[in-house]
Design a binder for this molecule. Sequence first.
Ligand code: SF4
Length: 290
Amino acid sequence: MPSFLAEQTSIWYQENARDLPWRHEGVSAWAILISEVMLQQTPVSRVLPIWQEWIERWPSPADLAAEPAGVAIRAWGRLGYPRRAMRLHECAAAIAERHGGEVPDELDKLLALPGIGDYTARAVLTFAYGQRHPVVDTNVRRVVARVRHGVEDRAIALAEVAELLPLERPKAALASAALMELGAVVCTARGPRCGVCPVAAECKWKQLGSPAPEKPYRRPQSYAGTDRQVRGLLLAVLRESSEPVPRHRLDLVWPDKVQLQRALGSLIADGLVKAQSPDVFLLPDSTLAQ
Ligand code: SF4
C-alpha cells in the first residue's frame, strides 16, 4: 500500500508541479542526466537557459564527447562549480565508449560513470526510465525528517524512502518527483508553507509545534571574497577570450596576488585551465592549444 505521504504528495504534484522542460514527455535520458548534474548546486532559473543550449548543441553523449573539454567549460557559463562541466564531458565520453552512446539503465553501470553518484544515478533511472528507486536529495530528506520524525533534518536511509514508495514503477517514479517538488517549493528549509501543504494533517513536525532545530542553521558561506569567486572571475576571462590569455590580463581581476595565484593554481590542478607557458593560460581546448 502506498504511504499517505507518497499518495497525497503525488496527487498534489499532478495539480501543482512546476512546468520544467526536463520533465516533459520524450526528453532523452541524456538530457535528464544533464539537468540532474546542473541542478545539484545551481537554482532552476539559472539552469534553464544553459540546459536548453546544451541539449540543442549536444543532443547525444557522443556529440559532447566529440568536443574538447574546454568547449564544455566555456558553455558552462556562470553555473558555478565548473568541475561539473568537465565531469559531464568525461561522462559523455564514457557513455559513448562503453555503452554505444546510450545512457545505461542499470544502477551499477550508471554508478561506474565519471561524476555520477548515488543521487544522480537513481534520479536518472527514476525520471528517465521510470524505475522504482529511492531518490534522496536534501529536499526529500527534509520532508521525510519533518513528516515522519518530527525534526528539521536527519540522515534518512534509502531503505526508509524506498518503503514509502508505491510498488508500481510509474507511481513510484511519480511519488519520487512529487516528494522532491514538495521539498523544493512548499516544505522549504527556512519558510515551510504548512498552510498549503498536502500532508500537513500527518506531519509530525507540525504536530509538535514546528520545533526549532537542535543546532542553529549554519549561515551559507558568503561568496564574496572567497577563492571560489576568484576562480569564477579568472574562468570568465578565459571563457570570453578566443585566444590564450597573458598573465597580466588575469592579474587585473583580483587585487590580492597571493589569493589570485592560489585560485589559478587550483584551476590548473583541477584541469579546468592549462598553462601554455608560465605566463600564458587557456581553457583545455585543443583547438586553442595548437
Ligand atoms: S506540514 Fe509543513 S513541515 Fe510538514 S511537510 Fe508540510 S510544509 Fe513541511
